[in-house]
Design a protein. Sequence first.
Length: 377
Amino acid sequence: MKSEFASIPLDRLRYGLVWEDHATLYQALDLGPEDHALIITSAGCNALNALLAGPRQVTAIDLNPLQNRLLALKAHAIAHHPPAVLRGLLGLDGPAAVAAANAALQATLPPADYAAWAAYLARHPRGLLLAGQLESYVTGFVPSLPAVWQARLRGLLACGSVAEQWAYFRQELDQPAFQTLFVAYFDAANLSQGRDPRLFRYAAASGGALFYERLRRQLSQRLARDNFFFHFLFFGPENLPEALLPPCYQAAHQPQLRRSLARLRLVTGEASEFLLSAAGHDVTKASLSNIFEYVSPAEFGRVSRALAARPAPLRLVFWNLLQAQAPRRTAAVPLLPAASAALGAQDACFYFGGVRVLAYAGCSAPVASPAPLLQAV
């Protein structure tokens, strides 16, 4: 696939957290015991969440080998340590717990791997969730604000109903001064601190004002105090209620994950190329993050036609950010409009622009291969 993502340096962790809501993934894909699920690795959260749904196999794939190494580290912690070590590494319990978890890894990681991660955590003492380029940027917004706005934002967490929350937001925060600060921080000029500017080549908007309207809409519909992504984005990973964490990071699910790790495979490469390869011929469900954000509409159409030519059925979900890929159902884009709209309306992360669920029926017989896509790296 001709993606701008393939043109950026893959020399650092770009993501410390998966921002696509696991609940959306579960509802979009309805994973079962016969499924082979292909999941964009990113920070590994949804690959692990997919394992908890019990599919036959989960293949986590990413162009960036460092993202796969991050998932491998999390899998190692789950396999060889009690849940407190994973919590510590993530940064859920503060810098002291990060240091303690890092020390615990020395007994189980190969020396070279331990040295590399110890050095990395020394540079990121608040843990893995904040170690990604995007997370270090977005979580810097609240500390950049005057104290009065920080306090008012935190006041949203005290609201007990959506009606109370919306009234509070309108009175205390929805003002030109706060909006100006928000829009300026998350607009294109600053957004490049969290994502390489080349990734915005096809974006239809610059970000800040659009993200503010999406935040307003979510606060009018969903309680912030029960929203993991709201807590994390504005206030970081510490002091998060256990019940709000993604399932893969909750202690109660660690035994099941430990038993399921044998069904997890990590691949460095490009997702659409994998789906069209012999290795991916039996993939039945796929969660592709927002990879189509970085391609032109024409390239998206070409890839969708190629996926439609696969012999086997495929159910696929992806997220839009600043593009509107797959706006309608066509012969080449088997969009499920009702499911997509419903899931987009309830997705927990406010900054996404929509969810797309596609259901490819599969061809009864193999067809001629389409033009080759970009070779995976």
